[in-house]
Write a protein that binds this ligand. Structure first.
Ligand SMILES: Nc1ncnc2c1ncn2[C@@H]1O[C@H](COP(=O)(O)OP(=O)(O)O)[C@@H](O)[C@H]1O
Ligand SMILES: [Mg+2]
Length: 265
């Protein structure tokens, strides 16, 4: 028999219940995520109109040790258990410049603007080759950090904000953004418990705030938090109190996602 088209049966994913297990609704409700309007922050990516993207972009921002990996792993398990395909992205994960960027950071040889452009290239590669194709195919894309971290880091280093906004005009406005705000003192504890060290860049050592790494880390993280609170007014993301238990935080994230993306209360 000639086959003119391939047909497949796709069982639509169920909306996500916040606290599992919960009885599944018997009635045939429309079990698909709500359509959310998509837009680029600026010029966007040529040839890919935002309104062709049916997937959802969920961003988790926060300092090292704020619990991003922990929360993203839980969100992935939760979303997948409800039938949603997921794709994960994050900073310094592009196939184009990841290795070069790592090397440049290890050698600390680049000017601030060049390093900023390097990160922007890493981001641009991922938006074009991973994020947008996945959204076009209807995936839930979970981003472990996004342009806000890059902007906050650059702004505290004196880079012009208007220039940055233009640079990241390529970015898609996410469907939902969480910023896990954790006190710098708690971050020190968590990073030490996890890796017995603080990261040079995450401590802002290049800024010369203090020769003492602990002191520099705390000062630098305060500056970053200040910038995130300021950026929040422009980009309207959700600031989450990350000083609570991982369970409490993931309940809040799930609730917000269920409301925004699935129209649940
Ligand atoms: N809410 C939390 N309270 C206490 N410790 C946490 C919490 N979330 C994560 N952790 C722990 O803190 C460390 C850093 O968490 P992780 O998820 O790797 O953070 P990130 O990816 O933001 O660097 C890990 O050892 C993790 O187990
Ligand atoms: Mg992590």
């Amino acid at each position: 028999m000639p086959r003119s088209k391939v047909t497949r049966t796709v069982s639509a994913p169920a909306p996500c219940s916040v606290d599992e297990p919960r009885p599944r609704p018997r009635a045939a409700r429309v079990p698909v995520p709500r359509r959310t309007p998509k837009r680029y922050y600026g010029h966007g990516v040529p040839g890919i109109p935002a309104d062709t993207l049916s997937g959802k972009l969920i961003v988790v921002e926060g300092a090292d040790g704020s619990g991003r990996s922990t929360q993203i792993a839980r969100l992935v398990a939760w979303l997948e258990s409800h039938g949603h395909g997921t794709v994960q992205v994050g900073l310094k994960r592009s196939s184009l410049v990841r290795e070069e960027l790592e090397r440049a950071q290890a050698g600390n040889i680049l000017s601030r603007t060049t390093l900023s452009l390097f990160y922007a290239t890493d981001f641009a590669d991922q938006i074009e080759n991973v994020i947008l194709p996945a959204l076009k195919a209807g995936f839930m894309v979970l981003a472990d950090r996004y342009i806000y971290t890059l902007m906050a880091r650059d702004i505290v280093r004196g880079i012009d904000e208007v220039w940055l906004r233009n640079l990241y005009g390529i970015a898609l406005a996410p469907d939902v953004v969480f910023y896990l705000e954790v006190s710098p003192e708690e971050l020190v504890q968590r990073n030490f418990a996890k890796s017995h060290a603080l990261d040079y860049w995450e401590s802002g050592m290049d800024l010369g705030l203090s020769r003492d790494m602990f002191d520099s880390f705390v000062q630098y993280q305060r500056l970053i938090i200040e910038q995130f609170r300021r950026l929040q007014r422009t980009y309207a993301f959700t600031i989450v109190n990350g000083d609570r238990s991982a369970d409490e935080i993931s309940r809040e994230l799930q609730q917000k996602i269920a409301t925004v993306l699935f129209g649940q209360r």
